[in-house]
Design a protein around this ligand. Structure first.
Ligand SMILES: [Zn+2]
Ligand SMILES: [Zn+2]
Length: 911
């Protein structure tokens, strides 16, 4: 049986079936385009989710938006490559496996490095693909044949190559620096992996005796235990309170060590006593001051934040125990002179929540300034665009003030640093392959650290395309077209890809024919990793609260999908994604979009019932509709509307206004197509045995063509239901394997018909007004009533006469009488700018209720009038607004004035 759709729409089964079909048929796999290819290319990297990840609303939004853009390009004839992969996420994955070990009563050191890494690989094999399986349910149109993992052999080789080249170019160095250290994870973490928590802390004041004077200098600190590592006290040069003490020393309490008084900008006269302790091993600013003055660095803690042998009597204590003991001893010895409440922002490890300790340790760094210069330039000069616009400035501010990038991590899981330390001399050898021995003959050992995860993902746009080899894929797909990502990783990831892309791909040229065809002919720089960046919003809960586990308001996208379907969930995220505003996700909206899918489903069933009655041969055409000279109003109108909406949707998608695209399609498909057009069309679908039935066939063709085109318009947002119905339209024998490969509708301006749109608007207005009056008069639904209409303009009267059948049917009207004068002053009547209508019905109406209604209407009118006046008196607006808009407002002004007179006279009439 052709055109069979089940009675009720059940998204679950449909979605699973098509998701599997798309993968099985390799619909989104893109072989390397050969030389001479001239089609445009669209290329996008999926921000690789962590292998430890579980699909959350952020992914769901991100991937929905990317999928919409990818499908839209594919349907418009672009060679569309969307490249998926997963990230090894060194710290997150290592923690996951360590937690498993804890359950077995073991620590990673019990296993040793090699065994531990084996264990992580096993874990990855078992669980690392979970997030990709979840993505498959979303229907994402990625090329699964090109899926990568950031620790694949070829990507690992590329990472080593990058490291060695940067080292050889003098852009990687090893040095002792103050880093954020997590004592729990036992590793350095970047500034971006630290979260800050405001707490009510304490500020302690300690006085240090000045040697040989009997005076004291008072300093303040929030971490008194670090005083054990002080190597100076600093005062400001301009601070006259301390001029006489310059060049002298203080005796460090508890340690009995003499340390100098230095002058340095570290000390601010207006802050506290104007004197500060200097602890180069435990504070980043002090570290810099220490370098300026050649101060010794005394590290008083070990990697677990326990005091070490440099802490004298406090050695072995945990940092907080030591703090209490130090305070008690200072108090007892008369050095503690104050304790104040103090609000401070505590730095914690993003992964495990442990308080971070600034720690001096040997690390590997990337010298960033030389890389940043070009990366700033390409954004400033528009070679890369960042939208929304405000993120461009954020990016630039970050880049102007960027610090060297600490790339080493004291972890086991990840890309191990390709550097070998001689155990005999101090030689460090950086190499692509393991060297056999040092030139001194000494034994070599590889650096124990691994690289920051972002170090490898920061090169993906070119390493995932085969770098360091020069590949055809790079010629075609680099620069990638678009990156869609979250604000959170603008600095962690986006900025680094720009820096490394510009550096390593500086001699790269994209295939000129493809570049031109893809619309990038005016761009000069082909080293950039992408041409455009789009930063998406956050998904919050329905009350606009940020989702968090502690608040218990996390919405699981898979649960929403189970209840409403993927299509409805995708549609919600698209329809609510106004740029620059976060999405307050509400299930009631998703429920509404499930109803939208249902509406389309039922409309399809209606279509199939009718098309089945037409002889074979009538098949979906090009969506442009059949237009003989006598085309009825509803056909001219719907074709005009379809093409106008098509123009708006294409325009919205080109600038990432997803909400606009989704809402235009929704209003058109549900409101105009299903609610009006199908209803208007029904009488023309009457086939008679043995008759010519030409009209009915044209009506059917229009219906099928427009339905097909509307499905294609909707497909990027709701890929599953559109595929299901589209395939059914072809009775399982479609011209293409999928609607995803069919053409995306493009506006045909010759179909724009302003007259038809205006006329239909009046007709709809008339029908709606009659329906409303009927409801107010409480006319039984089955009862047909006569109406009187007064339309002063002859053209409008003629139009209503021509379409009287539609009015009678859709407003349940028995007979239309045309009056020669205004009908306004009576009950059951309505006035609009173009017509008056009176529903002739006996029932006495409630004068009070009618008065109330008219008052409300008047109020509404006054509001519109006021806003209209505001706009018309706003000179800035008038200067900028298109002529047509201003003319429209002026026309409306006149209409409103006329309406006001009518309503007021109706009110007078009621007394
Ligand atoms: Zn940690
Ligand atoms: Zn050596």
């Amino acid at each position: 049986m052709p055109h069979e759709l089940p009675k009720s729409y059940e998204p679950g089964a449909i979605e699973t079936r098509w998701a599997e079909y798309w993968i099985k048929e390799k619909l989104f796999s893109v072989p390397t385009p050969p030389e001479g290819e001239t089609r445009p290319v669209f290329m996008m990297m999926l921000p690789p989710p962590n292998v430890t990840g579980r699909l959350h609303m952020g992914h769901m939004l991100n991937q929905t938006q990317m999928d919409i853009i990818a499908r839209w390009h594919r349907m418009r004839g672009f060679i569309t490559l969307w490249l998926p992969g997963t990230d090894h996420a060194s710290i997150a994955t290592q923690m996951m496996v360590e937690r498993e070990l804890v359950k077995e009563g073991k620590k990673r050191r019990d296993l040793g490095r090699e065994k531990f890494i084996e264990r992580v690989w096993e874990w990855k094999k078992l669980y690392g693909g979970a997030i990709l399986d979840q993505m498959k349910r979303l229907g994402v149109s990625v090329d699964w044949d090109r899926e990568y993992f950031t620790m694949d052999e070829n990507l690992s080789r590329a990472v080593r190559e990058v490291f060695v080249r940067l080292y050889e170019d003098g852009l990687i160095y090893r040095g002792k620096y103050i880093v954020n250290w997590c004592p729990r994870c036992g590793t350095a973490i970047s500034d971006l992996e630290v979260k800050h928590e405001d707490i009510a802390g304490k500020l302690w004041e300690i006085r240090y005796p000045v040697v040989g004077t009997g005076e004291f200098i008072t300093v303040a600190t929030t971490r008194p235990e670090t005083m054990l590592g002080d190597t100076a006290v600093a005062v400001n040069e301009k601070d006259e309170r301390y001029t006489h003490l310059r060049g002298k020393h203080v005796m460090l309490p508890l340690m009995n060590r003499e340390i100098p008084i230095i002058t340095d900008e570290l000390a601010q006269p207006e802050f506290g006593t104007g004197a500060v302790k200097v602890t180069p091993s435990h504070d980043a600013n002090d570290f810099e001051a220490g370098k300026r003055h050649n101060l010794p660095q005394i590290d008083v803690m070990d990697e677990h934040a326990h005091m070490n042998q440099n802490a004298g009597a406090y050695a072995g204590l945990d940092r907080y125990e030591a703090r209490q003991r130090v305070l008690a001893d200072l108090q007892q010895q008369g050095f503690l002179v104050g304790e104040k409440d103090y609000a401070l922002a505590l730095s914690k490890c993003e992964r495990c929540g442990t308080v971070v300790e600034p720690r001096l340790s040997p690390q590997w760094f990337v010298k960033i300034k030389p890389l940043a210069e070009h990366a700033i330039e390409v954004v400033e000069n528009g070679e890369i665009t960042i939208a929304p616009e405000n993120f461009k400035q954020m990016y630039l501010n970050w880049m102007y003030n960027i610090h060297d990038w600490c790339i080493s991590r004291q972890l086991w899981w990840g890309h191990r640093i390709p550097a070998w330390h001689c155990q005999n001399c101090s030689e460090v050898i950086v190499a692509r392959e393991e060297p056999s021995q040092c030139s001194c003959g000494g034994k070599l050992e590889q650096d124990p650290d691994v690289l920051d995860t972002w170090f490898s993902s920061g090169f993906l746009p070119f390493t995932a395309l085969g770098w360091p080899e020069k590949t055809r894929d790079q010629e075609v797909f680099y620069p990638t077209t678009l990156l869609v990502t979250a604000y959170e990783i603008l600095f962690l990831w986006v900025s680094r890809m720009i820096m490394t892309g510009c550096y390593f791909m500086k001699d790269h040229k994209q295939d000129p024919a493809i570049k031109e065809a893809s619309g990038w002919g005016d761009k000069k720089d082909d080293s950039v990793p992408f041409r455009q960046v789009y930063i998406h919003a956050l998904v919050r809960d329905a009350d606009r609260q940020k989702m968090s586990k502690t608040k218990g308001n996390v919405i699981d996208p898979l649960e929403i999908i189970d209840r409403f379907g993927t299509d409805a969930t995708r549609f919600t995220l698209a329809a609510m994604a106004a740029p620059g505003t976060d999405i307050a996700f509400s299930e009631s909206r998703t429920d509404g979009y499930r109803a939208f899918a249902n509406k389309i489903w039922n409309a399809a069933r209606f279509m199939f019932m009718n098309v089945d009655r037409v002889e074979p041969g009538l098949r979906p055409g090009d969506g442009r509709g059949v237009r003989p000279s006598t085309t009825p109003l509803e056909d001219r109108w719907i074709l005009s509307r379809f093409n106008r909406v098509t123009a708006e949707v294409n325009d919205a998608l080109a600038t990432y206004r997803f909400h606009e695209a989704a809402n235009r399609i929704y209003d058109f498909f549900w409101g105009e197509f299903c609610d009006w057009y199908l209803e208007l069309l029904k009488p023309r679908l009457n086939f008679e045995e043995g008759a010519d039935n030409g009209t009915a066939r044209i009506a059917c063709a229009n219906l099928v063509n427009l339905f097909d085109a509307s499905l294609r318009l909707l497909h990027p947002v709701m890929p599953f239901i559109t595929e299901e119905i589209w395939q059914a339209m072809y009775e399982g024998n479609p011209p293409l394997k999928s609607i995803a490969l069919a053409g995306y509708p493009q506006a045909d301006e010759t179909q724009f018909d302003l007259a038809a749109e205006t006329e239909m608007a009046i007709l709809q207005d008339l029908i709606v007004n009659v329906r409303n009056v009927r409801a107010e008069l409480k006319v039984e639904p089955k009862v047909k009533v006569p109406i009187e209409v007064f339309a002063p303009e002859p053209g409008i009267r003629a139009m209503i006469e021509q379409n009287r059948g539609a009015v009678e049917r859709l407003a349940n009207v028995e007979k239309i009488a045309f009056a020669d004068g205004s009908l306004a002053k009576q009950a059951g009547a309505r006035s609009t700018a173009r017509f008056d209508v009176h529903v002739v019905y006996e029932r006495k109406i409630d004068a009070a209720a009618e008065r109330e209604r008219l008052k409300k209407e008047l109020e509404k009118l006054e509001k519109e009038f006021a806003s209209n006046q505001r706009q018309l008196s706003n000179e800035q607006f008038l200067a900028k607004a298109p002529q047509k808009v201003v003319e429209g407002l002026r026309r409306r002004e006149q209409e409103l004035i006329g309406l006001r007179v009518k309503i007021k006279s109706q009110l007078d009439e009621l007394g």
